[in-house]
Write a protein of this length. Structure first.
Length: 210
């Protein structure tokens, strides 16, 4: 079982990471602004389902590496922290995003789910993201590493669905507000990038797990 302190730290970090506007959030917001709240929520669900294979792959692949080598765990920890910093830098660099103007076209639920699934499954950052984040919070002495990684990955997905759905509902409700002022989204993404860099730095200098 994952220690309570690890689980609490993971929940706090996960919420910070999820609420920061990143590729998935911007995708959902763009869909919500273009097609409305329904399209945004369905895109969230499809995107989450598309990343489940990545969670499973990381759980079994990374779990075996971490379980067999403390050195490998440390390397993954440092690489993960650097990756989070890189994500923050990218968020700041690409904070000027363009969103589509509201439209009236209604797309089928199946198509929206499928499109979201494809986006989630084909995102090249997905596996790297889970490799960067999940191993930070496992406890090798607390049970099978793969089981902890799988549990954390699925918990992350549940949190992501809830939080991203809120983004979808908010963006869908305020479609005109976002579309009329892209600067608002730019400022939000830039702030999120700074927070991501701070999180990466914190993880890099945190004590090593054993």
């Amino acid at each position: 079982m994952i220690p309570f302190e690890n689980l609490l730290a993971f929940l706090l970090a996960a919420v910070v990471i999820i609420v920061i506007p990143g590729p998935s959030v911007l995708f959902v917001i763009g869909r919500s602004i273009a097609l409305g709240r329904r399209a945004g929520v369905l895109s969230v669900i499809g995107n989450a389902l598309g990343t489940v294979p990545a969670v499973i792959a990381v759980a079994f692949g990374v779990g075996a590496i971490v379980a067999s080598s403390v050195a490998a765990f440390t390397v993954i920890k440092l690489v993960g922290a650097a990756y989070l910093v890189w994500l923050g830098v990218q968020a700041i660099r690409h904070r000027h995003v363009r969103v589509d103007a509201p439209g009236g076209e209604r797309t089928s639920s199946t198509r929206l789910l499928t499109q979201g699934f494809v986006v989630g499954m084909t995102n090249p950052k997905t596996i790297a993201f889970f490799v960067a984040v999940l191993p930070q919070f496992v406890a090798p002495e607390a049970g099978p590493i793969w089981m902890q990684l799988l549990a954390l990955g699925l918990l992350f997905q549940v949190l992501a669905v809830v939080c991203d759905s809120l983004w979808a509902l908010a963006a869908g409700t305020a479609r005109a507000w976002f579309a009329d002022s892209p600067r608002r989204m730019s400022t939000l993404a830039g702030t999120g990038g700074v927070m991501m860099i701070g999180l990466g730095g914190t993880l890099a200098f945190a004590g090593s797990k054993s």
